[in-house]
Design a protein around this ligand. Structure first.
Ligand SMILES: C[S@@+](CC[C@H](N)C(=O)[O-])C[C@H]1O[C@@H](n2cnc3c(N)ncnc32)[C@H](O)[C@@H]1O
Ligand SMILES: [Zn+2]
Length: 404
């Protein structure tokens, strides 16, 4: 045992994840039925489903370390039982210092135990403090981090300001958001309040969620004269995740702000368009109906092909339980990097037109044969990104039905 003096006051078990072993709450003891695990009901948060998120994070941080070719420091100020930060210290070469913190008493004790269990006391410092306090205490230039990982309950917004201040120039900020109800437009007012942009309940709301979070990050960074570039982002399970590299300088901040704009959407004909400036008319140019909008949000690139290429390289030399799933996700994201914003969901289109739904591959091939760039999207298994208008895609679908 790492610390014979510590016995959690709740049911717990040792699990393995990546290269580490950690003590976590025994979730079966908290589920109403086995399929209804409720990680947040346990005294310390641990979600086994998020192993996929943590695996990808390890790969992304390895890629970043490979690119900057320096020893790195990482801060994870909402660490819970510590598994994420412990994996950074154990699995990423070139990590010289990891600072973890959690405000919850049980989480702090468990993380402390887990650090010792993995013999990482020399590399990891653990605090029992508020996340913003930890970040603010490390905002002085000599203390700043190369990477900060914000993995909260719900929204990361309360931590963005202090995270930007505690990051080195060219540092990487990784954030998770699980509050998809506001971000996907179920609670529109909450989204405007937290993220400063209006969401929209469309079939591509998960991409809008990433763009709303990205837009909010750009606005907060700009207040500190910091520009932002998005290296990688994805939507998986019940959360979204964004990796942003920062660049000090007011000009860079101004450049980043230029990539905030709006996505206009027509619920009648499914036409959508991206605009930089506040718009004067919401009349649909295709059918004349009144359109709705999402934003302000980030309308620039949400991933960088070179960075994803390096994450793919890291994935090829690592064996996780989730490797096959990660390979599929990375391949899809790489293919959709240069595709236009928003996507069409096939079943939504065929339902609207009252025609049979072809396979994704059939419609992609038809669109490519017609000269368009068409790719599947990781945002939705039934989604396609294409540089054709809504009208064109619908005409093609109708034509396919007629020719059958
Ligand atoms: C979603 S859990 C973190 C999960 C963890 N990163 C992982 O990968 O398993 C969020 C954690 O933040 C902690 N927390 C909430 N508010 C906090 C605050 N203001 N400062 C520090 N920790 C906080 C909670 O106690 C909880 O353990
Ligand atoms: Zn229209």
């Amino acid at each position: 045992m790492a610390n014979k003096g510590y016995t959690p006051s709740f049911p717990s078990e040792i699990i393995s994840e990546g290269k580490v072993k950690v003590l976590v709450p025994k979730l079966e003891s908290y589920g109403v039925v086995p399929s209804d695990y409720a990680p947040s009901k346990a005294p310390v948060f641990y979600n086994p489903v998020m192993e996929f998120n943590r695996d990808i994070t390890v790969l992304a941080f390895k890629a970043y370390q490979h690119i900057i070719k320096q020893e790195i420091s990482i801060c994870e100020p909402l660490t819970s039982q510590g598994v994420r930060g412990i994996r950074f210290a154990a699995e990423i070469e070139g990590v010289k210092r990891v600072l973890l913190s959690d405000i919850n008493d049980h989480a702090y004790e468990l993380a402390n135990y887990n650090i010792k269990l993995n013999h990482l006391e020399d590399k990891i410092t653990l605090k029992h403090k508020d996340a913003n306090c930890i970040l603010a205490c490390n905002a002085a230039p000599k203390n700043r981090f190369d990477i900060i990982d914000i993995d909260p309950f719900g929204t990361p917004v309360p931590y963005l300001d202090s995270a930007f201040r505690a990051l080195k120039n060219k540092g990487l900020l990784a954030v998770t958001a699980t509050d998809l109800a506001p971000l996907c437009g179920v609670h529109s007012k909450a989204c405007v309040r937290k993220y400063g942009g209006k969401p929209l309940r469309t079939e591509y709301c998960h991409e809008l969620a990433v763009r709303l979070l990205a837009g909010c990050m750009v606005a907060v960074a700009a207040q500190h004269g910091i520009g932002v570039r998005f290296l990688f982002s994805h939507s998986s399970d019940h959360y979204i995740r964004v990796y942003a590299q920062i660049d000090y300088g007011c000009k860079r901040a101004d450049e980043s702000l230029k990539n905030r704009g709006y996505i206009l959407h027509c619920f009648d004909c499914l036409h959508r368009e991206t605009v930089r400036q506040p718009f004067s008319s919401l009349k649909c140019p295709e059918c004349g109906a009144k359109m709705d909008y999402a934003g302000p949000l980030w309308i620039g690139a949400i991933a960088d092909p070179a960075f994803i290429g390096q994450v793919i390289v890291e994935n090829q030399s690592t064996a996780f339980k989730n490797t096959a799933k990660i390979t599929k996700l990375l391949t899809q994201i790489k293919a959709e990097v240069t595709a236009p914003a928003t996507y069409f969901v096939l079943d939504r289109l065929s339902g609207k037109l009252n025609v049979p739904t072809p396979s994704i591959q059939t419609i992609l091939t038809a669109l490519c044969n017609a000269g368009y760039q068409a790719v599947p999207t990781h945002f939705n298994t039934r989604g396609i990104k294409v540089n054709a208008s809504a009208q064109t895609v619908q005409s093609l679908l109708k034509g396919m039905d007629a020719s059958n």
